[in-house]
Write a protein that binds this ligand. Sequence first.
Ligand SMILES: Nc1ncnc2c1ncn2[C@@H]1O[C@H](COP(=O)(O)OP(=O)(O)OP(=O)(O)O)[C@@H](O)[C@H]1O
Ligand SMILES: [Mg+2]
Length: 337
Amino acid sequence: MAATGEPILEVRDLVKHFPLTQGILLRKQIGAIKAVDGVSFDLRRGETLGIVGESGCGKSTLAKLLMALERPTSGSVKIKGLEIADARGGELKRARRNIQMVMQDPYTSLNPRMTVGDIVGEPYEIHQEVAPKGDRRRKVQDLLEVVGLNPDHINRYPHQFSGGQRQRIGIARGLALQPEIIVCDEPVSALDVSIQAQVINLLERLQKEFGLAYIFIAHDLSVVRHISDRVGVMYLGKVVELGRDTEIYDRPAHPYTQALLSAVPVPDPEGRERRERIILQGDPPSPANPPSGCRFRTRCWKAQDICAQQEPLLQIRPGTAHASACHFAETHDVVHA
Ligand SMILES: Nc1ncnc2c1ncn2[C@@H]1O[C@H](COP(=O)(O)OP(=O)(O)OP(=O)(O)O)[C@@H](O)[C@H]1O
Ligand SMILES: [Mg+2]
């Protein structure tokens, strides 16, 4: 969907360091886990920004910072111009209403002792102004219908639904307060591949219907490809490349993105792999002790001395909105099958 107008979400230099402590009594701080370490981007109304990166690179921490579920160490998150860290009372409540989350695992994120009606309607307990008590049942039934569930199943329990249906329940709950932004943290990773496309199609339909903006988090570039207008690639707490979907997939500039893409080889009609395969060596280093300079250098085949000495900035390629953080960035045309 085409994104328009002012950014609805503005993130600047966002940092979250978790203290690493030692000792039970004194809990002396001996370091920090740099889970999110200077992330900036905008999200526009109706837009989908995919966020991709390996396990532990800080995606869920970023999601929690956006939702104001974690306090940032430093940096700024503005929702429609309002700095959420400074907001209080009614202002904070309204800002929170406007950004909702769909969780990764529909098996563990829904309370097994609550009925579907209570789960989907729970946000109304805090935000009574959105749905007075007498209206709630009807509102919840409408929501169930919107996400493709039978509204007559309002009194059933989560275990009576399949994985895909449970994720629809999570989505209905996310829609209850009519937010403008939904943060989807790996919403399909726990589902069978055959169900994933259905849930993604539902999210796309809802986006058009309600003009929603999405942050769509995944491990894998192939999952976000279809749904994203822009994609941000994260590595050890930083965004290393950010651009429109076509720029990222057809002309990846950062070696890490190139490696992620080449890990998904696309066969041509003769069944040959068209992409040069780049196999990443080893695991990412610990976010408690990231490499000096460029964090990717320890796994990068292009690394030179400068990469250990100087941190590359996220720089925009002239004439585009495509940014990457590499001393040796070059765009790299990918031949698709
Ligand atoms: N509450 C916390 N206290 C201490 N460390 C944390 C906390 N939450 C996350 N971390 C650490 O921060 C880093 C980033 O974690 P995060 O969950 O954000 O990664 P992720 O990209 O979502 O990973 P995954 O793909 O596995 O979900 C990890 O090293 C993790 O162990
Ligand atoms: Mg996560």
